[in-house]
Design a protein around this ligand. Sequence first.
Ligand SMILES: Cc1cc2nc3c(=O)[nH]c(=O)nc-3n(C[C@H](O)[C@H](O)[C@H](O)COP(=O)(O)OP(=O)(O)OC[C@H]3O[C@@H](n4cnc5c(N)ncnc54)[C@H](O)[C@@H]3O)c2cc1C
Length: 449
Amino acid sequence: MTDTPRVVIIGAGPCGLACGRELSALGHDNWTILERSSIAGGLASSIFDTQGFTWDHGGHVVFSHYGEFDRLLSEIMGDDVLHHDRSSYVRFEDRWVPYPFQNNLRHLPPEVAHECVLGLIEAQGGDPSMDFAKWMRVTFGEGITRHFMEPYNFKVWATPSERMASNWIAERVSVVDYRRALRNLILNEDEISWGPNNTFVFPATGGTGEIYRRLALRLGDHIRFGCDVVEVDPVARQLRLGDGRLEPYDTLVSTMPLDRLVQRLQGCPEKARAAAGDLEHNGVYMVGIGYAAPLQDDKSWMYFPQRHAPFYRATNFAKYSPDNVPGGEVDRYCSYMTETSYSPHKPEPRAGLEDRVEAGLRASGVIGGRPEVVSAHLVDIPYAYPVPTLKRDGALNTIQPWLMEHDILSRGRFGAWRYEMANMDHSVKMGVDAARRIVERTPEELWSL
Ligand SMILES: Cc1cc2nc3c(=O)[nH]c(=O)nc-3n(C[C@H](O)[C@H](O)[C@H](O)COP(=O)(O)OP(=O)(O)OC[C@H]3O[C@@H](n4cnc5c(N)ncnc54)[C@H](O)[C@@H]3O)c2cc1C
């Protein structure tokens, strides 16, 4: 390694961009991002369809656990954000139950509420060594598991819960105390402010991707678009791009999916290759439906555990920002962004999905009447959620040490492959920490094995 080692970053998503920005902030200017697509932002970029609607890659709620993300957001976006209180609901049969479902049982049909509360009282409490199926049952009891947790989680993860671990849960799932559930039920009280994202911000224009578009502009020529990394030689410390060009590096930060990185590594031990085969992910079809109907709905986003609709979540996207509909005219247009998962365990036919989604929005009471559909826009996201399976940690413990011995840091949502640290704020923090590790040799604060 020279005095100013060349850092190459694969991917201009939140993690890669934050890493580059921090390297410069630390006075280390010898770095390049290689991005295969033509825009920055990765999964957090936005899409502008031909009808004038803006979409994200599924519902992105901008909230943060880290000062580094807060500072980045305020420096890049300033006042160009809208502030929202969360107003989210679960569709159950013919009604809306405020989120979190388990804290608001009074909105359920009485016999279902009774079954859910009884189950909660009988539940003995889970521990993180259990598989997710068992953990749900012992934490929430039979009623909540059967009516909400099990069907909803299968719709999201597209993975049987017996294959999944439960050690990722922490703040991702609201765990309820039966005394509170009983109190809310009997005293007719709601509890809607649970969780880290009960308030959130959203860019006033340009969708979530506006954050990263602006950030990338600041980083200028450090980012090279249209550069698909197809091979990594960790001994020669050299990358090969899709067009055959070679790129030398001293330290590599990769934010591409870890299983793909391993496939592209020369000389990777067989046990690491086998471990990469144990990493599972789902895919998501984002289907955005734009209607010629005024925005009247006050909900932010909605969950769909049942069969009314193929999607597990719908976001009331015109409410996030008027700029998400043509001409900002929310008195003429509204828009719903939906997410439907797929995997080998849950195949979802691509053909006709836009029609099934639109019918689902009507069948589940999201949209009333039969307003004109102005846009039906589908984006296939093949790597959407890194699934925390029972085999995941063993696989990561095999792959990551080998990579790090070769000065390769695999970080970010699919680089680290850890759902519990896979949001934008986590990805940014991992990028910042990677830069500090490289330049200052300080231990990373978020990622660890
Ligand atoms: C459905 C869905 C909902 C989400 N909801 C939220 C939310 O509510 N809140 C939140 O904070 N986060 C949310 N996220 C997560 C958020 O999108 C990610 O945290 C973030 O985008 C991850 O950033 P990253 O840089 O790690 O990876 P990515 O965004 O995946 O970026 C990786 C980049 O690497 C590039 N790349 C891949 N392979 C190569 C290659 N071979 N050569 C060159 N470049 C390559 C890709 O093109 C991409 O630009 C959601 C994600 C999804 C899919």
